[in-house]
Design a protein around this ligand. Sequence first.
Ligand code: ADP
Ligand code: MG
Length: 627
Amino acid sequence: MESIILNLINKDKFGGNMEKLEVLKEVFGFSSFREGQEDLIDNILNGRDTLGIMPTGAGKSMCYQLPALMLEGITLVVSPLISLMKDQVNSLIEQGINAAYLNSSLSISQFNKVLDNARENKYKIIYIAPERLLTDEFLSFIQAVKVSMITIDEAHCVSQWGQDFRPSYLRILNFINRFNERPIVSAFTATATSQVKEDIIEQLGLYNPYVLTTGFDRKNLYFSVEKPVDKFSTLLEYINKNKQKCGIVYCSTRKTVDEVCRKLNEVGLNATKYHSGLSDDERRENQDAFIYDKCNIIVATNAFGMGIDKSNVSFVIHYNMPKNIESYYQEAGRAGRDGEPADCILLYGGQDVITNQFLIDQPNGNEMLDEETMLAVKEKDRELLRIMTYYCHTKECLRAYILNYFGEETSGSCGNCSSCNTEFNLEDITVEAQKILSCIIRANERFGIKMIIDILRGSKGQRLLSYNLNKLSTYGIMSGVSEKKIREIINFLILEEYIYITKDQFPVIKCTKKASEILFDGKRVNMKVNKLEESSKGSWLSKSKPMDTQIDDGLFELLRALRNKIATATHVPAYIVFADAALRDMCIKMPTNDEEFLLVSGVGQAKLLKYGKDFIGAINEYKQNNV
Ligand code: ADP
Ligand code: MG
């Protein structure tokens, strides 16, 4: 296909090069930039290296796709996942931009065909897997063309401190250094702590970069942690109360995905599933069923979701606790992209910690690292898991916990999470805390949580007796207290930094300096306990508010059906044809000619040409019959 857009941009329809706002409207169909986009784009266009840190759904792709069209030559986008590349390229082609990808899904002849086309300047944007960068063909290819920019999407993958370290990302800098004339380098990620941020800059060799971090808060998301005795019935209860809504249920293993999906189907719910154990065809089919709204629930492992831009996801339920806050916030963040109220619920169980620990100790693609680095990575993973676990135990504001983790200041109480919505009593736990702290010290700070609890409760376990721990003065001094309660207090003492857990493979608890305040200075400590175990019930069934602007449901359904028909016929996901937001805008503006249609958010020249006639026709017909 000849690119309409390149013609627009290159041949001066606008008396010279198009300005960035014109490109935004003509190509992408949007009339204004979102927070952060314009700054990042301006810096790129000025030739400066750039790092953009913005939450999921903020619109990072725009920050490199738009300048890619305005810069001379080609932009290479390094991206970690095949599905992600395909999705992005599909979406660009729909917008009339010639783009392609290079990854292991292509045959050798397809691969060479892409390179041949690229040598003839047929593409503005090429997505490439990091593994391909340093191959001989590709290195000789880049000598023959003009590369203006290299973009690294999901840039946190380059950092071993990030949640999704990919050793192949370490090749990128070497690749950048192969250019005689260094291209602009721009990098993007949704989640980066300051350590990861520094690491991205260093590992990618960003030169005096412009770094922009937008706020991470997603105000329309309701956060909740539940600790149900029976996870499945809790899930079922929620889904039954939200029957009309679409949502994702994340599980940590394939086996759990299979089981939860089967049980939902057994009670007649329209759920499908997604994990890496399914065949490519089945995965695609199930994903499409969810995206095309044929199934309203998808049960999935974390393999699902990256690069999926389904805007009307109303809930994300974690059936298991994920391995770290970064993953959690990214997965939960797939809810409510349309800005509508949405629920992010985590169903916690103690087994989740054990499963995650097991996964950390499994081989996981880090084998190319040396022994020392690999151990450091595992140690970091365990630390991140602990921070995730404390999220499930804190009684303080959940949103504040997450935002503070990403280095943002908060007021400490959001009023829109299960902690803020639960009534607590304060319980004086000073004596219990003293007992626990002295036990840790008596045992010479050499044991883990479980052993400390066993000593306090007077267990007769083999290991305990073999270390003579039954001789300690703290042995059995909490024999009347349940293990669960002692654990709760220990978690509280960790959160309040009276004790900490070491980072080794066999972690032990130790006291911090602050512990002496309780032990020797007479400090009293109060812990929040639920006033009524029941009081939080129902709070996670947050009520979705009606839309700001009421739209005509009948027309919306009609347009949605038309979109689905086109999507199915052209094998393009429905949200790539038009996002829900675009359909909604059509219902508000009810365009009846090309000019009016172009005013719709998400309609650029390419989409006008492709779909204008059908949608305008449908709207006209609807108006005649109904308005
Ligand atoms: P991210 O990569 O940051 O998670 P995406 O780049 O996938 O987010 O964009 C999320 C959604 O926001 C997409 O549907 C995109 O079309 C939309 N979007 C991006 N920029 C704008 C804009 N300026 N105005 C309206 N919608 C936008
Ligand atoms: Mg993205």
